[in-house]
Design a protein around this ligand. Structure first.
Ligand SMILES: *Cc1c(COP(=O)(O)O)cnc(C)c1O
Length: 231
């Protein structure tokens, strides 16, 4: 299937999930995750109409960023080491993986130097798996309060990763919990501005995530595919 066909297919599935849940497809954004493909394929993906590009490691993303700078919006979706912040802030337009104070302070510091505010998602480990990064749900409100003074950070939403499941239905409680956490956080008045975004849903479970309120889905395999990059 061509990248154009893959995009059309994903857009149709998004529209169907929106129809099932009474949502507007215009409220669901797609991040094309290019970590499994070459810079050239990432370029073709952008030419095929994928405007948002997601990567999870800086050195691996650098070639793509240099090639596509100014032509795509870049999303940092992987866990971020504090020492990599200087490489990422100013190049990536969004960070999906803010999950600790030391990282928040680094992002803020770098953003202030560059005179920007970085839109960030607070990553929550809803499922509680040891292998997953993110704040525990019980830590979320306290964390949100503690980053309030860091004006280099603009918190815009929450992000989570669901456990790998054979049946996507199994992921529904994780996504629904993230939606609830967003509503509760907004109702608590902890943040200066309400969060509006939910980054949740990957190739295997994005339709369920959309039915539960996702505004950003992060799609690798189903959208841009896999390539052997050692060859
Ligand atoms: C790799 C990755 C994705 C995309 O995974 P697919 O299942 O291939 O769609 C989404 N989010 C994060 C954080 C990832 O690391």
């Amino acid at each position: 299937m061509s990248l154009e066909q893959r995009l059309q297919d994903v857009e149709r599935r998004i529209a169907e999930a929106c129809a099932r849940s009474g949502r507007d497809p215009g409220d669901v954004n797609v991040v094309a995750v290019t970590k499994y493909v070459s810079a050239n394929t990432a370029r073709l993906a952008v030419e095929a109409g994928m405007r948002h590009i997601g990567e999870n490691r800086w050195p691996a993303a650098e070639e793509k960023w240099r090639l596509l700078e100014g032509q795509a919006v870049f999303h940092y979706i992987g866990s971020l080491q504090s020492k990599k912040v200087k490489d990422v802030v100013g190049k990536f337009d969004y960070i999906h993986s803010l999950d600790r104070m030391s990282l928040a302070e680094e992002i803020h510091k770098r953003a202030v130097i560059l005179g920007i505010r970085v839109p960030c998602f607070l990553q929550v480990n809803v499922s509680g798996e040891d292998s997953k990064h993110g704040l525990a749900p019980a830590e979320l409100a306290g964390f949100a309060a503690s980053i309030r003074g860091l004006h280099g950070i603009k918190p815009i939403g929450l992000m989570t990763m669901a456990p790998v499941a054979d049946d996507p239905e199994e992921t529904r409680p994780v996504f629904s919990r993230l939606s609830t956490l967003l509503r509760e956080l907004n109702a608590s008045g902890v943040l200066d501005e309400p969060l509006t975004e939910l980054s949740m849903g990957m190739s295997g479970d994005f339709e369920v995530a959309i039915e539960e309120g996702a505004t950003w889905v992060r799609l690798g395999s189903v959208l841009v595919g896999h390539e052997d990059m050692n060859g």
